[in-house]
Ligand binder design. Sequence first.
Ligand SMILES: [Zn+2]
Length: 81
Amino acid sequence: MTSKNDITGDPIISKSGGKDYNDGWDKIWGKNQKEKQKAMTELNYDGDFTGWSHYCEEEKTVLEVESGYPCNWCGKKELDN
Ligand SMILES: [Zn+2]
């Protein structure tokens, strides 16, 4: 079953979850959702975005993550850095 936003047609996705959740995410949604997330992060970074960066073992690149939230991909938290 697939839940979709009636207006945009985008899949409705919860941000919560750990590594297992992200593995499932890859199977269900593929990498495109991650690319969207990265694009959003880059956009936000030009404005009032406050966050922290880390080398993400899942994405194999440095990612910016919103302050106070764990990384969506590897589950790393700001305080773990
Ligand atoms: Zn990460």
